[in-house]
Design a protein around this ligand. Structure first.
Ligand SMILES: *[C@@H]1O[C@H](CO)[C@@H](O)[C@H](O)[C@H]1NC(C)=O
Ligand SMILES: *[C@@H]1O[C@H](CO)[C@@H](O)[C@H](O)[C@H]1NC(C)=O
Ligand SMILES: *[C@@H]1O[C@H](CO)[C@@H](O)[C@H](O)[C@H]1NC(C)=O
Ligand SMILES: *[C@@H]1O[C@H](CO)[C@@H](O)[C@H](O)[C@H]1NC(C)=O
Length: 662
């Protein structure tokens, strides 16, 4: 596959590159963000008051061929047949009045057949009924409650049914369909930032450098979302950035397919090469430098997470290098693809280990073979329709990896927070497990004001030397770590660093960090709660997806990262959530066990009984809140993620919750 086609495409890239390269500029580096926000189609955020929340939605995978009552073996495309066919539907047979002697060894109950609203924990894609109730709910509950939308790809079904192969036309059509759902749901005033998924192209996974009919098509499909002056770069690379709060906050839509090691049409991120992956990294670095120079913050978003099991090694290294060197500019990293709810770290020592020859870090090659690209579904399972088992064992090896990784983090006194970046991977709408939607909350103190409060805003500046003495234990009532259980180093991290003066070491991360500018500060929003800092997220799911009733299942809070007390108005004030500067993470009525009576001051005439009733409701509500707040994080700064990781390995109960959530 890499042979002729690749050479041709590569030749094309080179000629395009050299054409654009006349002034000795790097070909893929786009216009500076300074210009970008004055661009044509960008919405002007018409004084919508900020809500301090945004939506992350991923892996919708709509399937127009999904049939209620179909077998899982057929990818939920055809109903069980009568007669000799193995997959028999009991209900179907009864209906037909067939004799029971025809029923052989396998009897499929309704729970073994495709559900009306989708099939939880199955291989099947998302029926239109589920797509519809998802967007209906988003429109009703969230369209006016979020400031922008991050949407990380895979808007077509999988290629799991040999009798119904996908076509490029179908894939584009499904993408257009989801775009119209987005526009219908959020209108044109809410910035929406899509990114391309490995199933949004045909054949899946493989995408060559543009311009190509694929990038042209997506430029069309996403014309409402891509700023007009970003079009040129997009045609070549399918990536762009968007200022979701002009001059304050940007979202970068990454094309992770150029870094994805299943993409056989590209060749990683070779240094000083014209690999599309390397050129995207060059572009990204310029974006980050410009946003940083403007005192802005950015969210990095894309489909395939930057994990060494998924990326070409040199792409993984460069991504990690940028994530850490721009720690003070990046508020967070949001990805999809895995359909498994989790987070992981990229850290300096891990980058170091990756840059070693494979033999020198067997611990890592073991891990990456565990989590390898076989975790995603698609090609390997074509025709079988059986993803179920694969997905579960995939999640299990991922759990093993994370447990090991979290368990081996250096102790608080050794660990340097500037060496860490947190990657968030959100669960999918497709019910590989249960359908999921994530709402992030971020600090909007002073963000909406016309005049900046310079003291409040992080504006960059040189890395202070005192950065390393972060105190992980500070200000920490609920997340107390039992000091007797505290552990120290004893990690891969203890390996002595090589001498950067030697030429053979100059490309090692700890050395390149010394030669390239590295921007971090414990005062940046990724490290300290201040304007634009992510405060937490709330995960919604559809646990009753399998119920067959004609009434649609309802979205519920699965869990939130917040403490219970952050979910309700401060008891001292009687203001409701619209009067607070920072709206509540979740509108109260969406919380389990909510009852308006709980927040209404008792009326004069209320008798004892009525008061007792409210008291009982309060108690129940409190219990429910405890259930959905397993992590009790103050905010989503890097330090709190590190703390959470420690807690997860120390507290068995927390780990089992974490693994249940995954
Ligand atoms: C989903 O919604 C679309 C448009 O609103 C409608 O045409 C379609 O029939 C719906 N499909 C299902 C299965 O509910
Ligand atoms: C890696 O895997 C091999 C074989 O599966 C095993 O022998 C070896 O001990 C593992 N190494 C580590 C560090 O876990
Ligand atoms: C937002 O940041 C400000 C300034 O650092 C801080 O005072 C405030 O408590 C933060 N808001 C929330 C809700 O955490
Ligand atoms: C909630 O806030 C709105 C808008 O400020 C106000 O009109 C309403 O009266 C408040 N409700 C209560 C119960 O305080």
């Amino acid at each position: 596959m890499k042979s002729n086609l690749l050479l041709t495409l590569f030749g094309l890239t080179l000629s395009v590159a050299s054409a654009a390269n006349t002034e000795d500029q790097r070909p893929f580096v786009g216009p500076s963000p300074q210009l970008a926000h004055s661009g044509g189609k960008l919405r002007t955020n018409k004084k919508r008051p900020l809500k301090g929340r945004f939506l992350h939605i991923t892996d919708i995978h709509p399937d127009p061929y999904y049939k209620t009552g179909a077998t899982f073996d057929s990818g939920c495309h055809s109903k069980p047949k009568k007669g000799k066919d193995k997959g028999k539907g009991k209900g179907k047979l009864d209906e037909d009045g067939d004799g029971s002697d025809e029923i052989e060894e396998i009897i499929l109950g309704k729970e073994d057949l495709a559900g009306k609203w989708g099939s939880g924990v199955s291989d099947c894609d998302t029926p239109m009924s589920l797509v519809n109730i998802t967007f209906d709910w988003l429109k009703k509950e969230w369209a006016h409650e979020v400031d922008f939308v991050v949407w990380t790809g895979d808007n077509a079904r999988h290629d799991i049914d040999r009798s119904l192969p996908r076509t490029p036309q179908e894939i584009f059509k499904l993408n257009r369909m989801v775009v119209s759902k987005m526009l219908d749901t959020f209108g044109t005033d809410v910035p929406i930032v899509p990114s391309i998924g490995n199933n949004d192209i045909y054949p899946h996974n493989v995408l060559a450098a543009g311009p190509s009919h694929i990038t042209e098509e997506f430029l069309q499909i996403w014309k409402h979302f891509i700023p007009s002056d970003a079009a040129h770069v997009f045609e070549r690379g399918a990536y762009f950035s968007q200022e979701v709060i002009p001059d304050r906050l940007a979202v970068i839509s990454l094309n992770t397919l150029f870094w994805y090691d299943s993409n056989t049409l590209v060749d990683g991120c070779g240094d000083h090469s014209n690999d599309p992956g390397a050129l995207e990294m060059d572009w990204l670095e310029v974006q980050l430098a410009n946003f940083r120079q403007r005192g802005m913050q950015v969210w990095m978003t894309g489909h395939v997470p930057p994990h060494m099991g998924h990326y070409y090694d040199n792409c993984y290294l460069r991504y990690g290098d940028l994530a850490l060197r721009y720690q003070d500019t990046i508020v967070g990293h949001l990805f999809g693809h895995m359909n498994i709810d989790h987070f992981f770290f990229i850290d300096v020592d891990e980058l170091e280990a990756t840059s070693l020859p494979k033999a020198e870090f067997s611990a890592f090659s073991n891990v990456s073979s565990l989590v390898g690209p076989r975790l995603h579904h698609g090609s390997d399972l074509a025709g079988s329709g059986r993803y179920r088992i694969q997905g579960r064992s995939g999640a299990q090896s991922l759990q093993a990896e994370l447990k090991k990784d979290f368990g081996e983090m250096p102790g608080p006194r050794i660990l340097k927070m500037k060496d860490y970046a947190v990657m968030n991977v959100a669960p999918s709408v497709i019910p590989t497990y249960y359908p999921g939607i994530r709402i992030f909350t971020y600090n909007i103190t002073g963000v909406a004001e016309d005049r900046l409060d310079e003291d409040l805003f992080y504006r960059g500046g040189d890395a202070p030397d005192d950065d390393d003495d972060d105190d992980l234990e500070e200000d920490d009532d609920d997340m107390e770590i039992d000091p007797t259980k505290k552990r120290r180093g004893g990690h891969r991290h203890s390996k002595p660093k090589d001498d950067c003066k030697l030429p053979q070491n100059e490309d090692k991360p700890h050395c390149t960090f010394k030669s390239k500018p590295r921007h971090f500060s414990k005062h940046s929003p990724s490290r300290t709660n201040r304007p634009l800092t992510p405060l937490g997220y709330s995960q919604f799911y559809l646990p009753t997806i399998d119920k067959q009733s004609s009434h649609p299942p309802e979205w519920e809070v699965e869990y939130t990262t917040f403490k219970a007390k952050s979910l309700v108005p401060p008891s001292s004030s009687h203001s409701n959530d619209t009067t607070l500067t920072q709206p509540l993470p979740v509108p109260l009525h969406l919380l389990p066990g909510y009852d308006p009576a709980i927040f209404t001051p008792p009326a004069e005439g209320d008798n004892k009984k009525a008061k007792q009733k409210v008291k009982d409701k309060k108690k129940k509500f409190k219990k429910q809140l405890e259930k959905i707040t397993p992590f009790r994080m103050n905010d989503l700064t890097i330090g709190n993620y590190i703390k959470l990781a420690r807690m997860l390995v120390i507290e068995k109960k927390m780990w089992s919750k974490f693994s249940e959530i995954m």
